[in-house]
Design a protein around this ligand. Sequence first.
Ligand code: CP
Ligand code: NVA
Length: 276
Amino acid sequence: KAKAGLTDFLHIDDFDKATILRILDRAQEVKALLKSGDRSYLPFKGKTMAMIFAKPSMRTRVSFETGFFLLGGHAIYLGPDDIQMGKREETRDVARVLSRYNDIIMARVFGHQDILDLAKYSSVPVINGLTDFNHPCQIMADALTMIEHIGRLEGTKVVYVGDGNNIVHSWLLLAAVIPFHFVCACPKGFEPDEKTVEKAKRAGISKIEITNDPKEAVKGADVVYSDVWASMGQKEEAAYRRQVFQGFQVDEALMKLAGPDAFFMHCLPAERGVEL
Ligand code: CP
Ligand code: NVA
């Protein structure tokens, strides 16, 4: 919903292709400006952003906090013990109160419904910093990385190897907007959400494949991508998953099959010796 001319950022496919490309272009411009040492661009001067983290984070917390500061604003970190959304108080009350103190809310939560509820009840824009369902800012950053290192995103082949998780859902939703070839190679029973796969396919923009054969999948890949086998909230399944995911490790042999020009990407944190 529109909030004083601004919108939430919850899912990549909430936006059209032109908007996504404009965000990526703007990111490159602002990144170059900051890298040049120029600190004169302060669009968030006098603004505050509340950041709710129900789960741990390094990259998301640090990039949001430093980014918002460097662009003139002040970011407030609220960790798992501070807010305890849904436990200490209801999500709608958190949304309403934080909206009155802040200009933006970003949140990393467990259930996807929590981010939807935050967005519904807040009067300021809400940014999704990862849920059990998706991680849109991560895949926007990955798209930027591909543009920087490969020179393009459109028409590339991205092969994700591992668990059909939140990262995969955001890749699928990017593929619903920007044309590229996306393949998810995962063990049987660990496929991404069927409705999201269908949505991405129905968009008719990209070639989408879900397979259980990583060796075949990676052939001709521009990017081989992996993520942890047990995401936050699933750590008690880690030992079981290590057995089931045998054959889905991205190692030198698999990268060889991908070809000499293929890049390896991982959203991090990584478990070396496990998924890579
Ligand atoms: N990639 C990413 O979201 O990392 P963090 O969990 O450390 O924020
Ligand atoms: N799938 C991982 C991504 C971490 C950035 C998780 O949800 O834990």
